[in-house]
Design a protein around this ligand. Structure first.
Ligand code: C5P
Length: 227
């Protein structure tokens, strides 16, 4: 099945579960992020797992190693399949998170956030041509630390894949059905087909599906564009 992840950026559990129910059997992964996790908590994760979804818990951990270790332990205990932490937290934080996953029973892949897809190169303190190399360098470090992959825009996926050893994964948000940013907060965007051709292993899509007149039609459109 294609690795399409729907970002459940919705205000509460009932909205999230209603959307997940509509897309059950179509989209294999659900992303529980800051908004809905703050509203609905771990119960929502358990319910999505019980519905048969793979769950990506996108809380972007960034704290002292001991705290992140505990968060990663809790995520693993909860049955989360994939969770994120910030590369900027550094090696000790990342390794502590990996230990936490083992203590929690394993099974949770940890991915490092590199440069947020909402940031322009200038906002990230980089020149445009420097972004892919900066992201690839963070990816190489994340791989050395033992993480399973990185979150980056499709625009950097090729540089990441050219730098890391095989098997290290790229998860790309900022996916739009046309090449232009849609006037929202995302800045480094790419179409599904281009992101996959560049090496993306997972695509994360939120508003293009959530805000569509028919989310099922929109999800099928993204899946078709994934080839
Ligand atoms: O609505 P949209 O398709 O822009 O949603 C993208 C999702 O991916 C959001 O839930 C956002 O939190 C997440 N994300 C991102 N950029 C990152 C990491 C995660 O857009 N670097």
């Amino acid at each position: 099945m294609k690795n399409l992840v729907l970002a459940l950026d919705l205000p509460d559990a009932s909205a999230a579960l209603a959307m997940a129910e509509r897309l059950r059997g179509i989209v294999p992964w659900m992303k529980v992020g800051l908004e809905v996790f703050t509203a609905a908590g771990p119960t929502l994760v358990r319910e999505l797992k019980a519905m048969g979804f793979k769950v990506f818990l996108d809380l972007k951990f960034h704290d002292i190693p001991n705290t992140v270790k505990g968060a990663a332990r809790s995520a693993a205990r909860l049955g989360v399949d994939l969770a994120t932490l910030h590369h900027a937290g550094g090696e000790r934080m990342a390794r502590a998170a990996l230990e936490g996953v083992v203590e929690g029973g394993g099974g949770t892949m940890l991915f490092a956030i590199t440069v947020l897809t909402s940031q322009t190169p200038a906002e990230a303190g980089l020149r445009e041509e420097e972004v892919p190399l900066a992201v690839a360098r963070k990816a190489m470090e994340a791989q050395q630390w033992g993480l399973a992959g990185v979150v980056c825009s499709g625009q950097e996926a090729a540089a990441v894949k050219a730098t890391v050893k095989p098997g290290f994964l790229c998860l790309c948000p900022g996916i739009r059905l046309c090449d232009e940013a849609a006037g929202d907060d995302q800045r480094r965007v790419m179409t599904p087909a281009k992101a996959l051709a560049a090496g993306a292993d997972f695509l994360v899509v939120g508003r293009p599906i959530l805000a569509a007149p028919d989310p099922v039609v929109a999800a099928r459109e993204v899946l078709a564009a994934m080839g």
